[in-house]
Write a new protein. Structure first.
Length: 583
């Protein structure tokens, strides 16, 4: 809703125009009904009226104007010098984000306007656990018929509706060519490129009996037509130098059809993108990690475009900081989706036709997979999980951090993924579990998951049956330079001893006993040290040169064979295998 003037308010009717007038000159209107025992009296407060107005589709709570028509301005001191606090308090207590502002008439009498947005489809707001509605001068509990009709509402597909003010000539030939080309590549159907524009759009449902849908205008419409019909469809990219900054340093507006706009938005973001260098000496091909991953950014923007509420007069806003990127989108989560089930409930697009066309042309993943991709790629790069906690019923906010906790974890995940066939690669839930173990969690309650991660050399199990715990696989600690940390997490045996000293021997070729002692620290006794060295020498994992006092240790040929018998020997002990006759 646009902000109103005092002159407009004075002409409004309370019922027809969804406005509630309160004089306020005799004292402030109660914020939450505190101090009143009767529920009927308590609900006649700011929170009660805001929730009721939201339930009836939005409206205005006006304090400082008489309710008798024609409405006379009487002025108010309500929330004087505290308008911002009132707005944030309402949001905190109801989850409704109003627009609160002051107006002054020609006599400088002050009027406070609380402009309330409409409730989302299928959502009822409550005050003190009661859904309220305005009935004449009263605020009453919502009747069953109204309540049921609201919660059973189905969100209509805005994108498939016919755009009455658009014609085929309002569509952009270049954008249509991009759409046709992407469909041909995604569906491996090169002949699709040769279809007429009208036939191609009809086949995709963007034209219905020759009439243009809203989806067609948004996806492939001419820029001036989109600006005229759907000015709220723009993407605003704002740059800020630090996260506490309110105003932006630079702002770019993108209003082209989506098939032309998405590349321009990414290119503008990428101009200010940076990279985290990966340490030298890594043996796999990850030279750097981008601050903002292209696949993640595109998926977030695609989701925003497909899921946004085009009835709301606000653009998609991207706020880019040096270490963070926020994407703010009008419309809450689709029905059935919450913060708790983001990754487990299949997504139901608010604009199904748009989402369907984007999927068929390869812009978005199939239903339910886009959010998995956002989390999987982000966590696999060693970054914090995407943050959606600032979302509410009216807005979805995705916050992406560019901070890489450690490059070693990214190297570790990439090494595992490179070894696995396509049908066995780590899922987002696998990587989330590995992140939890990295961050200190040592238990896995899902035994099937634990077994699968063990088999993929992602984790190692330690301890006896009744006290088992898990660490990440030793490769992670080697890649991260955390072999000492790993040694503190596990019970020492010859295998662990070798894992700690092998990186040093690989790098420097040899080591004196005193150098080995300094590497393993005080985690093992001198007797254990001699025992482990003897075991490793017997199976040719370690070899020696020089006489006593000048002896040095090196990796033997057996280390590079790495066969099953040698691993078994290290795991359960050389003497045990000898006694069993296995070696």
């Amino acid at each position: 809703m646009n902000r109103v003037t005092i002159e407009q308010l004075q002409k409004m009717r309370e019922t027809e125009d969804h406005v509630e007038f309160k004089k306020g000159e005799g004292g402030n209107v109660s914020y939450n009904g505190a101090g009143k025992d009767n529920p009927k009296d308590r609900r006649r407060c700011i929170l009660g009226y805001v929730s009721a107005l939201c339930n009836e589709g939005g409206g205005y709570l006006v304090i400082g104007i008489h309710d008798d028509y024609p409405h006379k301005v009487v002025g108010t001191k309500q929330a004087e010098n505290a308008v911002g606090k009132l707005e944030s308090d309402i949001y905190r207590d109801l989850g409704i984000r109003p627009d609160v502002y002051e107006l002054y008439d020609e006599n400088q009498l002050r009027v406070l306007v609380i402009q309330v947005p409409s409730r989302p489809i299928g959502k009822v707001f409550k005050f003190e656990d009661v859904a309220l509605m305005r009935v004449g001068e009263e605020l009453k509990p919502m009747d069953d018929k109204t309540y049921i009709s609201i919660i059973q509402e189905q969100e209509p597909d805005f994108s498939e509706e016919i755009c009455k003010n658009a014609q085929i000539s309002d569509l952009d030939d270049e954008a249509i060519a991009i759409l046709k080309d992407k469909y041909a590549m995604k569906q491996k159907n090169p002949s699709f490129r040769t279809l007429s524009n009208e036939q191609a759009l009809s086949d995709l449902g963007l034209l219905k009996e020759g009439k243009v849908t809203n989806a067609a205008v948004l996806l492939v419409g001419k820029e001036n037509v989109i600006d005229r019909l759907f000015p709220q469809a723009k993407v605003m990219l704002e740059f800020r130098n630090h996260e506490t900054q309110i105003g932006f340093d630079n702002r770019m507006a993108f209003g082209k059809p989506f098939y032309k706009m998405i590349d321009e938005v990414w290119n503008a973001i990428n101009l200010r993108n940076g990279y985290v260098p990966v340490r030298e000496g890594a043996y796999i091909g990850l030279s750097s990690i981008p601050f903002f991953n292209e696949d993640v950014i595109r998926e977030v923007l695609n989701n925003a475009f497909a899921h946004r509420d085009y009835h709301r007069n606000s653009e998609i806003v991207i706020k880019m900081y040096p270490t963070r990127l926020d994407v703010i989108n009008a419309g809450g989560f689709p029905q059935g989706v919450t913060l708790d089930n983001l990754l487990t409930v299949p997504s139901t697009p608010r604009n199904r036709l748009i989402a369907d066309v984007m999927s068929k042309t390869g812009l978005v993943e199939r239903s339910g997979q886009g959010m998995d991709k956002i989390f999987l790629f982000t966590l696999s790069e060693g970054k914090p999980a995407p943050d959606y906690s600032h979302s509410d019923d009216f807005t979805v906010t995705a916050i992406l951090s560019s901070t890489v906790k450690e490059t070693g974890f990214a190297l570790f995940i990439q090494a595992i993924q490179a070894e696995l066939p396509d049908n066995e690669k780590l899922s987002v839930f696998d990587v989330m579990t590995l992140c939890q173990i990295r961050d200190g969690e040592r238990k896995i309650t899902d035994k099937h998951l634990a077994k699968r991660l063990e088999e993929k050399n992602c984790i190692e199990k330690h301890g006896k049956t009744n006290a088992q715990y898990y660490t990440l696989h030793r490769r992670y600690y080697e890649m991260s330079g955390k072999t000492a940390e790993y040694s503190m997490l596990v019970d020492w045996n010859a295998q662990q001893f070798l894992a700690v000293i092998a990186p040093y021997l690989q790098k420097y070729g040899k080591a004196k006993k005193s150098e080995i002692v300094s590497i393993v620290g005080n985690h093992i006794t001198d007797k254990q040290l001699r025992s482990f060295l003897n075991q490793l020498r017997l199976i040719d994992f370690i070899k020696t040169e020089g006489e006593r006092g000048q002896m040095v240790y090196m990796l033997g040929e057996g280390y590079f064979k790495n066969n099953d018998i040698i691993n078994k020997a290290l795991n359960i002990g050389l003497e045990t295998l000898k006694n069993k006759g296995e070696i």
